[in-house]
Write a protein that binds this ligand. Sequence first.
Ligand SMILES: [Zn+2]
Length: 344
Amino acid sequence: MPGGQATPKCRFQDSSPGGGLPAFAAEAAASAEQARPTGGSERLRPRSREGGRSYVSTMSNSRRPISHDQSRTIVLYGQGLQSGLKTGMILSPLPPDSGILFRNITTGKTLPASIDCIESTDFCTSLQQGCITARTVEHLMSALHAYRITNVLIKISDEVPIMDGSAHAFCHLIEEAGIAEQDAAVEEFVVDRCYAIGQVRLDAKFIPVEPYDGFRVTYRLNYPPPLGVQEFSYEHQDSTSYRDEIAPARTFAFVKEVERMQELGLIAGGRLTNVVLIGEEKIINSTPLRFPDECVRHKILDVIGDVYLLGRMLRGHVRANMTGHTENIALVQKLRAAMPHPRE
Ligand SMILES: [Zn+2]
């Protein structure tokens, strides 16, 4: 990349956001009062001290009974990447066929995590319906996809906390609370032919998905040094493979790109604690990468999240080259148009 970058001018610093909003704390306390132990079936045992409870509902092919008294609200505090504000997030269970819903903590209004509600794909995936906004949803959606969570209520202000820029905290949150199986079948989109966005050329952005007996994402990126070419193929087996191979990978940004976005006021919450910042010759962060190919793994994390806005699990092989949220979402919109009975 051209130009010098010895000292980035952007406002990235090593600082921890901490703190939280009173509204989230009050809501969490109220829900804790209502929580009761459950004797119902659980696919994933919670690790919390309270034990025996689960809060996030997932559909499955299992015919095991549903426990209706497992509700437990989990709250997470963090910072909005775009707003820079301290914020929080609360996850609560929902009954079968509810879907994934975002609810504004102040107004109580709700919008679905759906490809039909895309507001923006500029460096983050954001949703909007009427006056309700849910920004930066892709990392949370990625974890929900990997853990096969299909029914959950997510209360936020208007942005999902960025946490450390990966999906690690969301995996921990889901595991901490546990998962309740529901007596309903998982809905899948089974790819029966190739769907594609872009032209298949190594110097172009393209993203096809093709038939495959499973869910696999292969991604290739090619940037100037220090990144160079990175390629990784992730076979999704279960939440463990996702948690180990994909979830820890943090988002990344280039110094020049960050300067431009900060001038536009787009990433007020950017910190070296929530992004891998890449200079022209080296990584700016003082802490080591979590994987040598962390960046391409994060791109796969993003694809897994964006694809889940289809509202269904995907059975197919996604092969992406240099795509961002815009191309990912364009592919999902193409799949949505091909669905015989689109989810309302
Ligand atoms: Zn991302």
